[in-house]
Design a protein around this ligand. Sequence first.
Ligand SMILES: Nc1ncnc2c1ncn2[C@@H]1O[C@H](COP(=O)(O)OP(=O)(O)OP(=O)(O)O)[C@@H](O)[C@H]1O
Ligand SMILES: [Mg+2]
Length: 423
Amino acid sequence: MADTGLVITRHIQPHKLKYTPPGQYSAASSFHHYEAIIIKDSMQELIRKGRETEMLSKVKGKLGVMNLLAYWEPLKSNGEAWSTEIYLPNNNDRNSFWWKLFDTEMESEVPECEIRHRIIQVLGSEGFSLTIVNSTWKLFESITHAMLGWLTMYQEGYLHRDVSIGNILRLKKPEHRERFHILPKFKQGASDGTRDQLVRNVQIEVKKQAEQLEILIEELGITNECVAVIADGGMCIEVEECFKERGLHVRSGTQEFMSNALLKLQRATEQHDQSPVDDLESFFWVTLWTLMNHTKFAGLRTKEEEEWGTSLCHGIDRRTFVAVEVNDLSDVRAVDHCQIIRDSCKFMQDFYRLIASIRDLPLLVKQEGRNDPSEEFVMWKWHSWAFEGVRRFLELIKKHKDQLISCPPYQALALRGAGQSSS
Ligand SMILES: Nc1ncnc2c1ncn2[C@@H]1O[C@H](COP(=O)(O)OP(=O)(O)OP(=O)(O)O)[C@@H](O)[C@H]1O
Ligand SMILES: [Mg+2]
């Protein structure tokens, strides 16, 4: 941040910065022990302002999440917020600045101007894209840590809602973090606070899932060394907020990685509450996308793989076709494919089945005959889906770990494929 005369007066945590010297931010002494700091400078919608930083503050120092060191809202010298308002007409004038592009009902109302405020965040974990990790194991290990980070955010009461390739980062250097743990609320089992037996049953289910998850984490040797994070809480929402205005929230995500259910909303008007199930499905599409777009295999892919890569960005039907094709890869057919796909196809087959069954969880609530379930019941169901999804993913990691770890690093093979010496 190098804007001259920038006065920092609010939300300064934890370093109590008072002033950012122009052009010298990276020299700020509070951060001298970090090899690199990342400045995220964003204009945030007013309804979202503060959510990302609040969420990141709550999960600070935990495994699998971005490390937020400080944040603030820069103010102009007159104390006003740094906002997009200066570019926008005031409310009385907005009619004259609005013209309809299409003659549809949807555009009959002049929308309110969207005002955004500037927020600066200082992040302390430098990462890089999954498309350049150098082994299949590192890819799956990164997804595992990011998924645990996602569950940590969830336990703190936030749904991430934008699990995408840009928002999962492998860390340049592993970082020492607090071990993943499950909050007491989810391990309590049936609470005395509710008399609804159905809710109590779900609470018992959540406890079971959480306990199994803890055992798996122990078995997998996941301790406090964090190798990857889920980043960008810009679209996160408080879980409780989701229940306040059910069905009214704008669906969120990055198109290529959004769940089928969310994408279908574009085609139909059926109601769908974006839930943990949608985020979990996004982890699958991110992984598949990475397999088809990993940079080490550029120029080495078969024609079919190139087509798969393109199809992943072209809607539900073509994307599902790719998942099914990978699902169908037998040992005999897999040998014709590039290494990253050979290494991963067994895992992806199980992962696809997992996602296909998790998708049904919200429908099961309806089929259980609870057409008008209580908010408390649905919220506990959400918790059970979140824990079940991560627990089952870790079970797959456990099942495939030895095979994934035994896959050779990419570099040598990729270079050899490109006709260069690898010695
Ligand atoms: N700590 C980091 N280390 C390395 N790269 C980072 C880091 N944080 C963010 N980036 C890069 O910057 C991009 C944008 O960051 P981020 O996703 O937090 O912001 P955003 O404004 O919400 O972006 P988008 O709308 O594209 O998701 C990321 O996709 C990633 O490539
Ligand atoms: Mg992002």
